[in-house]
Write a new protein. Structure first.
Length: 165
């Protein structure tokens, strides 16, 4: 699943499903009671799709953290810049939903760092097994730094905090 606590509370999760078609067909009405989208991807593929989702999120959040940090260091009006760049190719769910809390140093709105690190452990192990090259492993190291700052329960957008310490 993807969509975080807010997605769960609002029935807006995205569900990546592994398994067989008849089981999915039986479960789909229940899944759609809490999801906006669900897709059967095949046996074992739901977990792999979730891993891909986390890799994407890590890269996007790291990029957004760097951009906000860079802008602050340059004296930019972060809200004005995000307002304009969020309408172009840089637009993302993270930008739309997390930049304000990131800019304000508030990191209690989503998926916890400790959960992301647990997921990244699974991702990195799978990557070693399938031969994938995963430079985003560096982001896992950044999350370890956030944990050492006392941020294990902060949300994943707290990557900005390590840049601003």
């Amino acid at each position: 699943m993807s969509g975080g606590q807010a997605g769960a509370e609002n029935g807006q999760l995205t569900v990546m499903v592994g398994g067989d078609q008849p089981v999915f067909d039986a479960a789909q009405p229940t899944i759609m009671s809490f999801a906006k989208a669900a897709r059967l991807l095949g046996t074992g593929a739901g977990q792999l799709a979730k891993m891909m989702n986390q890799i994407c999120i890590a890269g996007v959040v790291q990029g957004l953290a760097e951009a906000i940090h860079f802008g602050k260091q340059s004296g930019m009006d972060i809200e004005a810049v995000i307002d304009v760049i969020s309408k172009g190719a840089a637009q993302s769910w993270q930008m739309e939903n997390r930049y304000k809390t990131m800019n304000d140093g508030k990191f209690d709105f989503g998926f916890a760092v400790e959960w992301m690190r647990k997921t990244f452990g699974i991702v990195l192990e799978e990557g070693r097994g399938n031969g994938a090259k995963l430079p985003t492993a560096l982001v896992d190291q950044f999350y370890a730094e956030v944990q050492s700052m006392g941020g294990k329960r902060w949300d994943t957008s707290s990557l900005l905090a390590r840049l601003e310490r």
